[in-house]
Design a protein around this ligand. Structure first.
Ligand code: GLV
Ligand code: MN
Ligand code: MN
Length: 416
């Protein structure tokens, strides 16, 4: 098991090659889910997997499973992977590393002729980012039974395009019912997207769970009116109300040591310099390991929305569109990652994930856990996002060893 070593150059080559699909001028990637660029990277992934002798199954949410058989065909596969969609100003590693490292691990097994006990599958989950269709982790959510496929199919982007139609347009609605694909376990490698591993000089994060998160959509309605002629006391300016609430989100999150709050998208209508804005739409993203803190912040926002609405003559509707409780990972998977890091000679740190990941939904129905590697200055969701070739390779090596460790224990339990 120790002699199986992934090839850092090959992995880096795949990262840089796929980064050309949707490459931005500042060195990042814009590859929004279910766009033609997403189709291109999916086609690339399928071609690579098939060249390794894998069979690629696709479900009706567009999730892709590239399978290599094990010695036992009656045992569900051990899966590893992540996502190939990105944020509008995404980096080269968020998601891509998890899929391409799993592909490289698969290549290592194929080239070595190593026979696993369980089948092994590389997974590409659809719409992890939620940048185009809210919420994030939509397709792994359907896989886990959190959302119905009808709910997912009806999600619309800001131009009104539906998730289901976009899936058909790129030709990636597969025949398999999403969720009807049993797995023995799921492992996801990801860049940390935060500063702790780098700051402490640790190689590998052994991820024990994911913090709670909630998304809201807020619509503030006032009245469009002339910017020059409407006296200040007569205005019902939706943007002034929205800005007050943005400040409340920031202050409420800062009041709790472990909480974060973000307004990441705002649309101002009608959007003319000399028209007082009559309508503003914005999103809120709240996260904290403790959901009771999120309840408190949520109450704060609701109270302030009522007060702001009243004092400025605005109608403010705050809609919760996504609630994700904290998700612990499975002890067997966590143990496999810890052992894998040890046998590979890497230093580790236990941590929870502050970002959302498909593994959090998958963990509801399948034993799952994650592996983190450091990223430069803790920067992510940014074109400058960077992890070195060595850091990516360390993560991929631990990913491979974790899967093999889990496979070995599965074989012991079920009998070869
Ligand atoms: C996923 O990228 C998230 O929002 O954490
Ligand atoms: Mn990601
Ligand atoms: Mn992301």
């Amino acid at each position: 098991m120790k002699n199986l070593t992934i090839d850092p150059e090959r992995l880096w080559g795949d990262l840089m090659e796929t980064a050309r699909i949707g490459a931005t001028a500042k060195g990042g990637i814009c590859r929004l889910t279910l766009t033609d660029l997403d189709r291109q990277v999916r086609d690339w992934f399928r071609t690579q997997a098939e060249a390794l002798g894998c069979t690629v199954a696709i479900d009706d949410m567009g999730n892709m499973f590239a399978r290599r058989e094990g010695t036992r065909t009656d045992v569900p596969p051990i899966a590893f992977g992540s996502h190939l969609d990105t944020q509008p100003t995404g980096g080269k590693f968020d998601g891509a590393l998890g899929v391409l490292a799993a592909l490289e691990a698969m290549r290592t097994l194929v080239r070595a002729g190593y026979e696993t006990f369980a089948p092994i599958e590389v997974v590409n989950w659809t719409n992890e980012e939620g940048a185009r269709f809210a919420p994030a982790m939509l397709a792994s959510g359907v896989f886990a039974g959190v959302f119905t496929r009808e709910h997912a199919a009806a999600r619309a982007d800001r131009d009104g395009a539906k998730f289901g139609d976009a899936l058909d347009e790129i030709g990636y609605r597969g025949p398999q019912a999403c969720g009807a694909h049993p797995l023995s376990a799921f492992f996801e490698l990801h860049i940390e997207q935060g500063p702790y591993l780098e700051a402490e000089g640790k190689d590998i994060g052994v991820v024990t769970g994911v913090q709670a998160m909630r998304w809201y959509e807020v619509t503030v309605t006032g009245q469009d009116s002339h910017a020059g002629t409407t006296p200040m006391p007569r205005r019902r300016d939706a943007l002034v109300g929205a800005v007050r609430l943005v400040a409340v989100v920031d202050a409420a999150a800062r009041a709790h040591a472990n909480a974060v709050g973000t307004v990441g998208r705002m649309e101002v209508k009608p959007g003319s310099p000399n028209v007082i804005p009559g309508e503003v739409f914005f999103t809120i993203d709240l996260r904290c390991p403790d959901p009771a803190v999120l309840d408190e912040i949520e109450r704060d926002i609701a109270e302030n929305a009522a007060h702001t609405g009243q004092s400025l003559g605005l109608d403010i509707v705050v809609k919760t569109i996504w609630t994700q409780p904290p998700q612990p990972f499975h002890p067997d998977c966590i143990a496999a990652v810890r052992t894998a890091a040890e046998v590979s000679g890497y230093s580790t740190r236990d941590m929870i994930s502050r970002a959302g990941h498909d593994a959090a939904y998958v963990a509801r129905v399948v034993p799952a856990s994650m592996i983190f590697v450091p990223c430069k200055d803790g920067i992510s969701h940014n074109e400058a996002e960077y992890s070195s070739k060595e850091q990516c390779a360390a993560g991929a090596q631990v990913l491979l060893q974790a899967v093999l460790e889990f496979d070995r224990r599965l074989a012991e339990r079920l009998g070869r």
